[in-house]
Write a protein that binds this ligand. Sequence first.
Ligand code: AMP
Ligand code: MN
Ligand code: MN
Ligand code: MN
Length: 277
Amino acid sequence: MLKVDLHCHSNVSDGVLAPAAVAKYARNAGVDVWALTDHDEVGGTAIARQAALEQGMRFVAGVEISITWGGETVHIVGLQIDENNPALLAGLAATREGRDARGREIGVQLAKAGIPGAYEGALEFVDNPALMSRTHFARFLVQQGYCANTPEVFRKYLSEGKPGYVPHRWASLQDAIGWIVGAGGVAVIAHPGRYRFTPLQQGVLFDEFKQLGGTAIEVVTGSHTPDQYPVYAQLANAYGFLASRGTDFHAPGEARVDFAALPPLPPHVTPVWHDWF
Ligand code: AMP
Ligand code: MN
Ligand code: MN
Ligand code: MN
């Protein structure tokens, strides 16, 4: 059976490895079909594709777009996109635009909470200046000993309602799906089990997503707990969505579940890649 991983990050967004190094890491973990899905960025795609082919993997061009829906941040993955599509590139550039200003404001808020120098400190972890992420702040706070690990930083400082949380308005659901589908791709709701929606709100999101041209959801992802795999497998079938799978890898040792440990999709769903090869 092919080992397919369709959700990974490089240092072009908030991962720590360069795209080619992520390709090697994935291949060493037995991945056969691989997508790089950096946040709001496709700048790593060309190098990732070349590295993947050199490693003997099939490559899938991808992206993970930040959107705001129902007052929450939601992530929409695009797969099999043409990464040179002008409308997609313009949309991603617009989506990235507010990140630096948000980062500066996170620095201000953390300083008020007794953590000085966080913007400058987080910048030390940023490889792509257009893509400052909360993850970079998390790594700085761990480095400085404020927290033991990244999840603890999010729990204590960077989640909604916590001292370093700065609300941000991302792209709309309609725009994100439009950019992805317009670039020939498949739109996928990333880690649906991670959002704090009621079942009713989640149903509205799924309906709207489908109506706007979305066709898949992530079922098995490092951002789900194992008990969520069967729940989202069933929901995928109930809504007629294809099922996707990916680690959401960011860095060796930082993952909730590593490449090798992530189970395959349950047998009764239709994989998003069913008609790709
Ligand atoms: P941003 O796009 O800057 O808001 O950052 C979002 C990123 O933060 C996500 O893509 C994850 O990499 C990371 N993240 C969010 N919540 C958590 C969490 N609870 N634990 C670890 N990382 C998280
Ligand atoms: Mn991330
Ligand atoms: Mn995500
Ligand atoms: Mn991700």
